[in-house]
Design a protein. Structure first.
Length: 247
């Protein structure tokens, strides 16, 4: 994209016009967020048990003493050797935020179908400290429509609140929110899939500010550029940043 070069006064005029639209978008986002929080709830009728690093753990125990729980459906099938690249990109941005929202009565956990040994090895490689559990022995992923059997794929899947054709993959991303009621019951309050989770990606917020933007090619795919953070080529700047931080 070529940009017109203008005076400071002309730039201010254009920026003020954009600011008016940005404010309108912010107010619309607030309105939608309020509707999200006001959704009706569904009481869970299953007792889900996961495998954690220290053994079996129930969904109720994942609340960790808090009343609200965010589950990130991390794409990591049993036969995979690495977690999904896009899910890894999102997860890179969790631990810094987690220390704050845990003080707002919110717990966060990643759930995947891969065995706990694979999850723990990959988490160690990535340097993450959030909780991660395996749902390999439960129907959790299937009940929340982020994992699919071969039969489901042949007949078309249900994902993002709609019937869809075979995605040609067994796993898709999502996030689900749960509340622990005063009666001890667990309620499903919200789920988000596909691009619905972009609001949890602060890296996108920064990238969207710069002239080149996401620069994701004609298809607009995250996979066009993002890599696991230990797979980016070292162009020398990584070492410079590390050295500056050490100083």
């Amino acid at each position: 994209m070529k940009h017109e070069i203008v005076s400071r006064a002309e730039w201010l005029e254009a920026s003020r016009a954009l600011l008016a639209e940005e404010k309108a978008w912010t107010h619309e986002r607030d309105r939608i967020s309020a509707k999200r929080r006001a959704l009706p709830w569904v009481r869970l009728d299953k007792d889900y048990v996961f495998e954690g690093a220290d053994g079996p753990v129930t969904l109720a125990e994942l609340f960790d003493g808090r009343s609200q729980l965010i589950v990130y459906h991390f794409m990591f099938a049993s036969e995979w050797q690495e977690g999904c690249t896009g899910c890894s990109f999102l997860s890179d941005q969790v631990d810094g935020a987690r220390q704050h929202f845990e003080h707002k009565d919110v717990s966060w956990v990643a759930v995947s179908r891969a065995p706990i040994t694979k999850l723990e090895a990959y988490r160690k490689r990535m340097g993450w400290s959030f909780r991660w559990v395996s749902s390999a022995a439960s129907d959790f992923n299937f009940d929340f429509h982020v994992s699919f059997t071969e039969e489901q794929r042949r007949n078309g899947i249900f994902y993002n609140f709609a019937d869809q054709p075979d995605p040609e993959i067994d796993e898709l991303p999502g996030a689900s929110v749960f509340a622990l009621g005063e009666d001890g019951a667990i309620y499903h309050t919200y789920s988000s899939y596909a691009r619905g989770n972009e609001t949890t990606l602060p890296a996108y917020g920064w990238i969207d500010m710069v002239p080149k933007g996401r620069d994701e090619g004609a298809g607009g795919n995250l996979s066009d550029w993002v890599k696991r953070h230990d797979n980016y080529p070292d162009d020398g700047r990584t070492r410079e940043i590390a050295a500056a931080g050490a100083g």
